[in-house]
Design a binder for this molecule. Structure first.
Ligand code: FMN
Length: 165
């Protein structure tokens, strides 16, 4: 018997994660992006990471078409962006600063709102249940000095800069 979906979600919510905005550009260069916590470093040599994307995601076709993606680890205080990119809004990039990475396959870099970013080229795409797992090779990236990452735990955003209650 498979585990009940609610219990599965409750158990997974106990694993604290960062909050990433994964971005990619469509064939006509239109930017797409979603909030994502299913991220994992995979390998050092070569440098590989994975992201798991819902097959119903509107960003998924852009990830395929571009042949790559960018993982932006949101900085603290950007909960509003986590909520925006978790929506189905058609225009998520209006009024947000973003830049195009050197790697042509990469997605928009949210340089004013991330604590770090990694630009990836697709190496593998694996169908797994109702998600697709993309394994990407990291081609460029940076850590932004002085910015702490936003954390997600038990369905709440935690700001590491906030004092512990
Ligand atoms: C904290 C948080 C983490 C999430 N993690 C994931 C994830 O790992 N993979 C995923 O496909 N969706 C994840 N989502 C849900 C997507 O952000 C949501 O389905 C979004 O509407 C997808 O946007 P799109 O259809 O424009 O790509 C997460 C949402 C939140 C709030």
């Amino acid at each position: 018997m498979p585990l009940a979906p609610d219990l599965f979600r409750d158990i997974m919510a106990c694993f604290p994660t960062g909050v990433a905005i994964v971005t990619a550009r469509e064939a006509d260069d239109r930017p797409r992006g979603l909030t994502l916590s299913a991220f994992c470093p995979v390998s050092l040599e070569p440098p590989l990471v994975l992201v798991c994307v819902d097959r119903a995601s509107n960003t998924l076709p852009a990830l395929r078409a571009a042949g790559g993606f960018t993982v932006n680890f949101l900085a603290g205080g950007r909960e509003h962006l986590a909520v925006l990119y978790a929506s189905k809004a058609d225009e998520k990039f209006e009024g947000i600063a973003w830049s195009v990475p050197e790697t042509p396959e990469g997605g928009p870099v949210l340089h004013q709102d991330c604590a770090a970013y990694a630009v990836c080229v697709n190496r593998q795409a694996i169908e797994a249940g109702d998600h697709w797992v993309f394994i990407g090779e990291v081609r460029e990236g940076a850590v932004i000095a002085g910015r702490l990452p936003l954390v997600y735990h038990r369905r709440a955003f935690l700001d590491l800069a906030d004092p512990v209650p």
